[in-house]
Unconditional design. Structure first.
Length: 181
C-alpha cells in the first residue's frame, strides 16, 4: 500500500492507495448508497437495492486496482473522509472516475477537489491521457465541481438535466492536456 502524505490547514491527511473492499472505505460507500437513495429513490428504477447494486455490484472491485485502475482514500486520524477511484473506460487511453465521495459532515473543505486531482495524477502515472465521468441529474454540486476543475460537459448544458438523467464529462490530462490547450 502506497501512502502519500498531504497536509491541510488544520489536519494531517493521508492519501492512501486502497480498494473499494477496504474496510475503511465501507462507511463512505454506505453513505454514498444512502445519498443515491435519498436523491433518486423516488424513481422506479433506482431504489435502495439499485443504489447498493450500483456501488457494490455493477463493477468488480478488481477493476479499481493497478495497473489499470486505482482507488484512493483521504484518511484523517485513521478515518476515511473522502475517496474515489477510476477504472479503464471503453477507450484505451481513458480512465473513468467513479465513487467520488466526501463525508457529509466534512464537505466544503476542498476534499472532493483533492481526491479528483489525486486520481488524475494517478491516472497520468498509469498512462491515461483522458478522464471520463458521469454524474446524475440530481447532483448539481458534482456538476459544478467538475466544471470548475476543467471538465467539459459532453451534453447540451442548456438541456433539462432531468430529461438527460446522466450527465457525462471529459477532460484531457497529462501531456494530452497541454496539446489540447
Amino acid at each position: 500500500m502506497t501512502i502519500i502524505p498531504t497536509t491541510t490547514q488544520l489536519h494531517d491527511d493521508w492519501i492512501v492507495t486502497s480498494s473499494p473492499m477496504d474496510p475503511r472505505a465501507r462507511p463512505l460507500l454506505e453513505a454514498l448508497i444512502g445519498e443515491y437513495s435519498a436523491r433518486y429513490g423516488d424513481l422506479a428504477e433506482f431504489g435502495q437495492d439499485a443504489a447498493r447494486e450500483e456501488v457494490y455490484g455493477r463493477y468488480a472491485s478488481d477493476r479499481f486496482l493497478p495497473p489499470h485502475g486505482n482507488f484512493l482514500l483521504i484518511v484523517r486520524n485513521g478515518e476515511a473522509i473522502a475517496g474515489g477511484g477510476f477504472m479503464p473506460h471503453e477507450e484505451t487511453d481513458t480512465a473513468e472516475l467513479k465513487r467520488i465521495w466526501t463525508a457529509a459532515h466534512l464537505r466544503r473543505q476542498g476534499l472532493a477537489r483533492r481526491i479528483v486531482f489525486a486520481l488524475e495524477d494517478a491516472a497520468i502515472r498509469q498512462g491515461y491521457r483522458r478522464i471520463f465521468l458521469t454524474t446524475g441529474f440530481r447532483q448539481p454540486e458534482a456538476s459544478a465541481l467538475y466544471k470548475r476543475l476543467g471538465y467539459t460537459p459532453l451534453y447540451d448544458p442548456k438541456a433539462d438535466p432531468a430529461v438527460l438523467m446522466t450527465l457525462p464529462f471529459a477532460k484531457a490530462i497529462g501531456d494530452n492536456a497541454a496539446v489540447l490547450a
